[in-house]
Design a protein around this ligand. Structure first.
Ligand code: ATP
Length: 362
């Protein structure tokens, strides 16, 4: 059992508020990913959980124990760093066990058995007697993860562990980490700036912005129902299109209106969505080239600026009311730059955000 509880956790570095009143509960066995842009405070949060950074304010507990003032080894957490942090003069085996021998808490047999188990799980049995200089980046990362595994901690903490690997290896290690977690079921907190990594790994994803938690949710929920414009723009690639509109009521329906379109918001009710200035959010996959079945009134005329073939799809750039719009379409669609097209938005998948606060209003 290891439930991690952060209650109003704040970290100040002098005048800088790196983490601001962050509260979150990570369930026993859960995999939570912190994601956000550079400088949003995610590493600082992880380092506070690890005990590497003092907590300015708030309460951090593992199960029922408040751990604010416990030294890192007393917290029974294990951290994997972005740069692996291996000792260059020690073999992989020694790197994995360093500190365990001297603690006196384990017998040599116990340590050997744990190393064997971890090495098998990570497929590094044949590398144990090598030093880091003789290992590839991916192998070093496995050793660093192995070092965390042999400690059998209550909580795994991983800080951008895959960002020094090339793209292919990163995808492979990502799925191996997922498998490892489903096998071990250890409570895990993982930090990344990569939203794809966050969505694919996390049971829940915690999106941070400027020291604050914007939203915590399961990956699909975060994608389908972002609570703020920031989350909507950060999660998803290419990013959600954001268009300034006016919300207007007519005939008992709610419309998003701009100079060049007036679209009914099928999920909105006039009593819940007042007339106001707002930001309409539309994901690139929810914009389509209009065909003869579409209502004239729903078609939005635009010019294609450029297209980018992505293999399985074609990404097209156009312009609506001076805002760049990206949309995905069928790759074999003949579409020249500068050609005139008509677009439609999927009315069931539109998002609306308050123009001032950025909060979702629909
Ligand atoms: P990155 O992805 O770039 O590592 P991050 O989201 O992990 O970013 P943090 O490293 O947690 O962000 O930093 C959060 C804020 O705290 C930043 O403004 C950073 O400059 C500041 N900060 C971090 N460590 C210190 C420190 N030791 N002294 C002063 N300011 C710090």
């Amino acid at each position: 059992m290891a439930r991690l509880t952060l209650e109003n956790i704040t970290k100040r570095f002098g005048e800088v508020v790196a983490v601001n009143e962050l509260s979150l509960e990570v369930d026993d066995g859960e995999f939570v990913v912190f994601v956000g842009p550079s400088g949003c405070g995610k590493s600082t949060t992880l380092r506070m959980i690890a005990g590497l950074e003092e907590i300015t304010d708030g309460k951090l507990s593992i199960d029922e124990t408040v751990v604010n003032d416990l030294e890192p080894p007393e917290r029974n957490v294990a951290m994997v760093f972005q740069n692996y942090a291996l000792y260059p003069h020690m073999t992989a085996r020694r790197n994995m066990t360093f500190g365990m021998n001297s603690s006196g808490s384990y017998t040599d047999e116990e340590i050997d058995e744990r190393v064997s188990n971890a090495a098998e799980m990570l497929d590094i049995v044949d590398l144990l007697e090598r030093k880091p200089a003789n290992l590839s980046g991916g192998e070093r990362q496995r050793v660093a993860i192995g070092r965390a595994l042999v400690r059998q901690p209550d909580v795994f903490l991983l800080d951008e562990p895959l960002s020094n690997l090339d793209a292919k290896l990163r995808v492979q290690m990502r799925s191996e980490l997922s498998e490892l977690h489903s096998r071990l079921q250890t409570t895990t907190v993982y930090v990344t700036h990569d939203q794809v990594e966050a969505l694919t790994l996390g049971d829940r994803v915690a999106v941070m912005n400027e020291g604050q938690l914007e939203q915590v949710a399961a990956p699909q929920e975060l994608y389908d129902f972002p609570k703020t414009q920031f989350v909507a723009g950060f999660i998803g690639s290419p990013a959600m299109n954001m268009i300034q509109v006016n919300v207007v009521h007519a005939g008992g329906r709610v419309y998003a209106e701009s100079n060049s379109f007036r679209i009914p918001l099928s999920r909105a009710d006039p009593s819940g969505v007042p007339e106001q200035r707002a930001i309409l959010g539309v994901r690139p996959e929810d914009i389509h080239l209009a065909d003869e079945l579409d209502n004239e009134a729903d078609r939005i005329p635009t010019d294609i600026r450029i297209t980018e073939p992505l293999g399985e799809t074609l990404l097209a750039y156009s312009d609506i009311d001076g805002t760049e719009i990206k949309f995905k379409t069928e790759p074999h669609q003949p579409m020249d730059n500068q050609s005139q097209v008509e677009l439609t938005f999927n009315p069931d998948r539109l998002h609306l955000f308050d123009a001032e606060s950025g909060e979702a209003i629909h």
